[in-house]
Design a protein around this ligand. Sequence first.
Ligand code: ADP
Ligand code: MG
Length: 239
Amino acid sequence: MSALRVSDLHYRYGSKVALDGVGFSIDEGRFCALLGPNGAGKSTLFSLLAGLLAAPEGGIAIAGHDMRTQPKAALARMGVVFQQTTLDLDLTVAQNLRYFAALHGLTGRTAASRIDEALDRLDMLERASEKVRALNGGHRRRTEIARALLHRPAVMLLDEPTVGLDAPARAAITNHVHDLCDDTQMTVLWATHLTDEVRLTDELVILHKGKVLASDTAHRIAGDRPLQAAFLEMVGETG
Ligand code: ADP
Ligand code: MG
C-alpha cells in the first residue's frame, strides 16, 4: 500500500504557478527524497500536505486517508518538521516535547515514556533538561524530529531539515532519519536541494519549476552517472 499518494496537484500564488500537476506515491516504510533547487515548489507541496494550504484540484492521501474528506485522520497519521524551527527557545527540550505530547492527548506516564523513547532514538536523551536556546543547530533539529515522532506517525515530512548545519551535523541527521525508516515502518518524505543526502537505494522525486521531472529509485534515476550529474542535467547548471 502507498503511505503517501499525491495526484495532479496544482497551486498558484496569484499568477505565479508553484505546482503544476504534481503526482507521485511512496510505498510504506520507504525513504523518499524530494529533490529540487530553490523555488522548485517543495515548501508549497509541504504546506498542502500539512493542510496549511488547500489545492484547488488534485488529491492527497496519507496512510489511506483522503485529505479532503478525512483531514483529521490524515493529519493524525502525519509528523511534520517545517523548514523554519518551531521550538520554544526558552523551554527545555523535554518541556517542548511534553507540550506537544499534550496537544496530541498524551499525558502522564505514556507521554514520559514516549518522550524518553523519541529522545533516545535521536541521541538526545542526555540533553532533555537543557534549554533549547543553549543547543547548537543540529541538536535543535534533532529535538524537532524527536517531537514529530511522539504520536507515532505513519508518514514523516521534513522540509530541508539540514539547512544551515555543518557537514557532520547534516550527516548525523540524515543517518538518523534513514535509520528510523529502516528500523520502523515509518515512511519519510525528505525535501532537500543537496544530492549528497540521497542514498542510491532511496526513492527519489525530482521537482523543478513545479513539475515532477523524475520519480523512481535514486539508482535508476542516476543510471551510470553520479546522481549529482543526473540532477544537474535535468534542472540545468543554474539549478
Ligand atoms: P522551494 O521550497 O522548493 O524553494 P517554494 O514552494 O517555497 O519552493 O516556492 C515555489 C515558488 O512559489 C517560488 O517561485 C516562490 O517564489 C513562489 N512562492 C512561494 N511562496 C510564495 C508566496 N507566499 N507568495 C508568492 N509566491 C510564492
Ligand atoms: Mg522551501
